[in-house]
Design a protein around this ligand. Structure first.
Ligand code: NOJ
Length: 726
């Protein structure tokens, strides 16, 4: 490829800044921040104080076409920007795609597919004329009870960062601003508007803000501050987390918007780093605003400088220019509050194919005795499909408010992180279509009549028993849950599974769940396979059938730890108003590793229909000051009898003196290998990967001493390790 000298210099310059991103991944937006700021200053300099404030102030709940709209200005002209949920697709709209949830995309551990998901979502938002997508969510799963954990990417900051970066790059490649949320400490629904998440500075940097730093490097245009309080100050007026960490240390140049109704002041918010209040009113739907006239008055009273207001407006306008939205951006055609009045614009394209593919790639095979899977219509002439989680939603797919259903297959959770289904292929439909008459499929959706379920299971060649666990956002309660009131399967699931397993020696359990569940039946000798099917969206049944029948060899991995006992988790829901993050760095598998607690299925775990062998790890160290401090290489061979894909994972143990958990994920690659084939995987580790936050000097530092790199198939299935000293 021929590059001009200036382009080559630019590429070299950005390489250092975006060390987390490899060559192919850099910021795909039309403009750099510098160019966008230049243009934004030109425009905003022509605006009066009131005009500037107008574009920082949402126009009010239910007053506009979108879930949020900014005020417009004329002379100079700047349009009203449309902001719309959700992290998995266009909410409150028709003719859109209902794809896999964030947690399910993350469990693919497949960067390419996560990017493609971001790209198709970006296309759909752009197609509907939406300027900002309110996602991705990267709320790290502090506790398995958190109601919204399924909107994010699980318990690990590195995985969350990769998921966040790939999603942002995908969305923003389509001229739509991505919004990273909810910054930060918004980790349970209980008391979400009032509780203070009290987080020490080291964990704040190494865990809770870590994915945001990577997304800032990737050029994310917007960040949403959360409902909660952090260390005594509301997220959306928290000078330390917004001004010092996000805009200062990370160098974020986009805009900070409030979550809906999460602004609590005028002066503190404006000075604390909030750039846009959403949806605008003080209390949603009740009018007035902390910004608008109140902000104008604050400037006139000298409590907020006009310079600060200019900065707010510039950040908003700059994100618009950075994404190239001034040219040919489609007219807004969603109508959130009057859906029947929205013009017909179908943005679905062929996106269902990607949903099906990522759905299958995300399925985690937890157990497979005696090669019970894949199924074949030769050996399995009669297939029993049992459980309401295999069937349709009784009242219709979109009959429950924001998908808060009791019944039917679980394909996404509930709340603002959802979309309306255009259709939903149930597991039973997917299996029936795949079998296509070559085997008989019988079914029952009655979870309570275990005798009937057992009878049906008894005379089938294989019994597939389905169960699930659901959760969602605070404003809707389903059977006592928004956060999860327990980790037990819903709808008599455990009894149903046991009854079916007692009746059929070839029982396969399929689970759709927002997060970990307890599995009291796991050692039942008749349960031959367990399939963790996540939250697969509209293509649920087809993605599942692809894996059950071996058209796709499973390669998904758990993005969280499934514990043997609920007591093994260190973090429960906390009802107090002061939630001290006493676990410090021991979130998720790091706690289990540190305490030597054997999980049922560990973080990063997942089986394949084939087997992989790992070579030894070869290391090359370049010294602390190099861009790439360490390179690791491992060869992996498919030694089984079918083609497949391995998720090769790299964990790091820091020198003892660093005070880190036993090991941290710092790299993974999906390697597709034909049977008998082998290939090399390379991991580069830079300062970002090898730094810890030093509380005393208040900076990132690469500790000196002995490190170990562990490469393997999960956090506990380490196949090769090698040490080096820095
Ligand atoms: C509240 C949710 O916390 C946030 O994620 C969402 O984007 C807004 N509501 C708008 O619906």
């Amino acid at each position: 490829m021929h590059l001009s000298l200036s382009t080559a210099i630019l590429l070299l310059a950005t390489a250092g800044a975006n060390a987390f991103l490899d060559g192919a991944q850099r910021d795909p937006t039309p403009r750099s921040w510098d160019e966008a700021y230049h243009m934004a200053h030109d425009l905003v300099n022509q605006m009066s104080l009131e005009q500037k404030i107008n574009i920082t102030t949402g126009a009010g709940w239910e007053k506009t076409l979108c879930l949020g709209n900014t005020g417009a200005t004329t002379n100079p002209d700047f349009p009203s920007l449309c902001l719309q949920d959700s992290p998995l697709g266009v909410r409150w709209a028709d003719n859109v795609t209902a794809g896999v949830a964030g947690i399910t995309a993350a469990s693919s551990f497949d960067k390419k597919l996560i990017r493609e998901r971001g790209i198709y979502m970006g296309k759909e938002f752009r197609g509907k004329g939406i300027h900002m997508q309110l996602g991705p969510s990267v709320d790290i799963m502090r506790s398995p009870y958190s109601g919204r954990l399924w909107e994010g990417a699980g318990e690990d900051p590195y995985l969350s960062a990769v998921y966040g970066v790939e999603t942002v790059l995908g969305i923003q490649s389509q001229n739509v601003v991505a919004t990273a949320k909810h910054y930060i400490g918004n980790n349970q629904e209980l008391n979400r508007n009032t509780e203070s998440s009290n987080i020490g500075d080291r964990a704040l940097h190494e865990i809770w803000t870590w994915p945001y730093a990577r997304m800032v490097d990737a050029g994310v245009g917007a960040v949403m501050c959360g409902y909660n309080v952090v260390n005594g100050s509301h997220d959306c007026e928290n000078d330390y987390i917004l001004n010092t960490v996000l805009k200062g240390e990370m160098g974020f140049r986009g805009l900070v918007m409030s979550d809906w109704g999460a602004t609590h002041s005028t002066v503190e918010s404006a000075n604390g780093g909030l750039d846009m209040t959403m949806p605008g009113d003080v209390v949603m739907g009740e009018g007035g605003s902390y910004f608008g006239k109140n902000l104008t008055d604050a400037v006139h009273n000298g409590k907020v400088t006009e310079e600060r207001v200019t900065d707010m407006a510039v950040r908003i306008v700059a994100s618009y220019y950075k994404l190239g939205q001034e040219k040919g951006f489609p007219k807004t055609t969603v109508n959130s509050f009057h859906r029947d009045r929205a013009p017909y614009v179908n943005v679905q394209g062929h996106h269902a194919r990607i949903v099906r593919e990522i759905g299958a790639a995300s399925i985690v095979l937890l157990r497979n005795e005696n090669k019970s899977l894949p199924l074949s219509t030769h050996d399995h002439k009669k297939i029993a499909v049992i459980g309401s989680d295999a069937g349709p939603v009784p009242g219709g797919i979109n009959s429950c408010q924001d998908r808060a259903c009791h019944n039917g297959t679980i394909a996404i959770g509930w709340g603002s992180g959802t979309v309306d289904f255009p259709y939903l292929i149930t597991p039973k439909d997917g299996i029936e279509r795949r079998v296509n008459g070559a085997a008989k499929v019988v079914h029952t959706y009655n979870d309570w009549d275990t005798d009937a379920a057992a009878k049906m299971a008894r005379d089938a060649d294989v019994a597939l028993v389905f169960a699930g666990s659901n959760s969602g956002e605070e404003y809707i309660i389903v059977d006592g849950n928004n956060d999860r009131k327990n980790l037990t399967l819903w709808h008599n699931g455990d009894n149903l599974i046991k009854a079916v397993a007692d009746a059929n020696q070839n029982t396969i359990v399929v689970i759709h769940s927002v997060g970990p569940v307890l599995m009291p039946w796991i050692d039942h000798p008749n349960i031959k396979a367990v399939v963790w099917a996540g939250l697969p969206g509209q293509e649920s049944g087809r993605s599942l059938a692809d894996v059950l029948f071996g058209d796709v060899n499973p390669s998904g991995r758990l993005p969280y730890t499934i514990a043997r006992n609920k007591e093994d988790y260190n973090i429960k829901l906390d009802p107090s108003e002061d939630i001290d993050y006493n676990e410090k760095l021991l979130v998720g598998y790091k706690w289990f590793d540190q305490q030597n607690i054997e999980p049922l299925f560990e973080f990063g775990y997942g089986l394949s229909y084939t087997k992989f062998n790992y070579s030894k790890v070869k290391l090359q160290t370049n010294g602390k000051d190099s861009d790439v401090i360490l390179k690791a290489k491992v060869s992996v061979m498919n030694t089984g009898d079918v083609d497949g894909a391995e998720i090769v994972q790299a964990y790091i143990s820091f020198p003892d003196s660093a005070g880190e958990p036993p090991k941290l994920l710092r790299g993974f690659e999906k390697l597709k290998l034909k049977k008998g084939a082998s290939d090399d995987v390379f991991f580069d580790f830079d300062k970002v990967d090898l730094s810890i936050w030093d509380d005393e000097s208040h900076q990132w530092t690469v500790p000196s001493g002995k490190y170990t790199i562990h490469v393997g198939a999960s956090s506990r299935d380490i196949r090769a390790s090698a040490s080096f000293t820095l």
